[in-house]
Design a protein around this ligand. Structure first.
Ligand code: MLT
Length: 329
C-alpha cells in the first residue's frame, strides 16, 4: 500500500480513536461574560444536560469576560483544538465583527460550529424606584428626562447594548442615554436592583426571577409576538404593540470549538448537544426563564446550518451597525 494512503489511514484511525477516547479530561465552557448572568445560566444548564451524553464528563465554566465578549471568544480561538475548550456565546458572535474592526480572530474561520442552543427574548426593565408602571409611563418618563437617566449594559456588542441602542433609535430619543458598561448583566442586575442604574434591556434568563420577586420593574418584551405561554411574561406587551413597528429581537446562543478540532470529536460534541436539546429537564428549566430551546427540526442545530445562520446574521448586523456608524474601536 502506497505510503501516502497508509499515512492518511493512520491519521484517520488516530482521529477516530481520539474521538472514542474523548473526553479524556474535564471540558471547559468559556462564557465571555461575568458569572450569574444570562449567558452563564444557559452554559451551566446546558453543561448539566450535555455531560450525560459525554460519559458524565466534568464540565466546568470559565467566565472570561470583557470587551463585549470578544476576550472570551479569542481565548477559545487560541485554545488547543482537542474539543476540551468550547465557547458558549450569543448574537455577539455576529455583532462584534462589525463593531470591533480590529478583532483578534475571524468568526467564520477560527471556529468550528457545533450548533445553536436556544433563542432568548429580552425585556425592557427599570429600577424599582422608577416612577412608571406601564410601558407608556416608562417611555414618557424617559422622554421627559432625557440626558438625566442611564442605561446599563454588558459592553459594546453585547445583547443588552444592541437592544439599548435599537430601542433608543426606535423611539427617536433626541439625546441618547448615558450608558454604564459592565462585564455582564449579572453584575449590572445587582446595580439595577439597588437603583444605581435606571434602565436595562436584558434577557429573560436574567430578568424573569427578579421581576417575579418584585425586585425590578418590567415594561415590555422585544419579541414580535407576546410571550403568551409564559405565566409571568405574558402580561407584558411587545414593543410592536406599543407602536415600535418591526421591533423584533431575540438572543440566540451557540456552541463553538477551536478550528482544527478533529471531525469525530466535533461529531460526538454535536450529538451530545442535540441530545441535550431534547432533554425535558433542560427544556423545562429554559422555558421557566422564557427561553426557547432549539428543536431537532431547526436546521441551525447542525454545524452547517449554524454556520450559515451566523454568516447571515453577520451581514444583517453589519448593515445596522454601519448605518449607525458607531464602532468600538
Ligand atoms: C451576559 O451574560 O452577561 C449577557 O449575555 C450580557 C449581554 O450580552 O447583554
Amino acid at each position: 500500500m502506497p505510503n501516502k494512503k497508509l499515512w492518511s489511514l493512520t491519521l484517520a484511525l488516530l482521529a477516530s480513536s481520539a474521538a472514542l477516547a474523548f473526553p479524556t479530561k474535564p471540558i471547559t465552557f468559556v462564557v465571555p461574560f461575568a458569572a450569574g448572568g444570562p449567558t452563564d445560566t444557559v452554559a451551566r444548564q446546558l453543561a448539566e444536560a450535555m455531560r450525560k451524553h459525554l460519559d458524565n464528563a466534568t464540565i466546568v465554566v470559565d467566565n472570561a469576560a470583557g470587551a463585549g465578549g470578544t476576550i472570551g471568544a479569542n481565548k477559545v480561538a487560541r485554545a488547543a483544538p482537542d474539543g476540551h475548550t468550547l465557547l458558549v456565546w450569543h448574537i455577539g458572535m455576529a455583532a462584534t465583527p462589525a463593531l470591533y474592526r480590529k478583532l483578534p480572530y475571524k468568526p467564520l474561520e477560527d471556529f468550528e460550529y457545533l450548533g445553536i442552543i436556544n433563542d432568548v427574548p429580552m425585556t425592557l426593565v427599570g429600577k424599582p424606584q422608577l416612577p412608571a408602571n406601564t410601558y407608556r409611563d416608562f417611555e414618557n418618563y424617559i422622554r421627559a428626562n432625557q440626558g438625566k437617566l442611564n442605561l446599563g449594559h454588558a459592553g459594546l456588542g453585547s445583547a443588552s447594548h444592541i437592544c439599548g441602542v435599537m430601542w433608543q433609535y426606535a423611539v427617536k430619543l433626541d439625546k441618547s442615554m448615558a450608558t454604564i458598561a459592565y462585564r455582564g448583566t449579572g453584575p449590572a442586575m445587582n446595580d439595577l436592583i439597588a437603583g444605581t442604574i435606571d434602565v436595562m434591556c436584558d434577557q429573560t434568563t436574567n430578568t424573569t426571577q427578579q421581576i417575579e420577586a418584585g425586585r425590578i420593574k418590567a415594561f415590555a418584551v422585544t419579541t414580535a409576538k407576546p410571550l403568551s405561554d409564559h405565566p409571568l411574561l405574558k402580561h407584558y406587551p411587545t414593543l410592536q404593540e406599543m407602536g415600535l413597528k418591526d421591533f423584533n429581537l431575540t438572543i440566540w446562543h451557540g456552541l463553538y470549538a477551536p478550528k482544527g478540532t478533529p471531525a469525530p470529536v466535533l461529531q460526538k460534541l454535536n450529538q451530545a448537544l442535540r441530545a441535550a436539546l431534547k432533554d425535558p429537564d433542560f427544556i423545562k428549566k429554559q422555558a421557566e426563564l422564557g427561553a426557547i430551546v432549539a428543536s431537532e427540526r431547526d436546521k441551525r442545530v447542525t454545524p452547517e446550518g449554524h454556520k450559515a445562520f451566523v454568516a447571515a446574521e453577520i451581514n444583517k448586523l453589519k448593515a445596522v451597525i454601519d448605518a449607525a456608524g458607531q464602532y468600538a474601536d
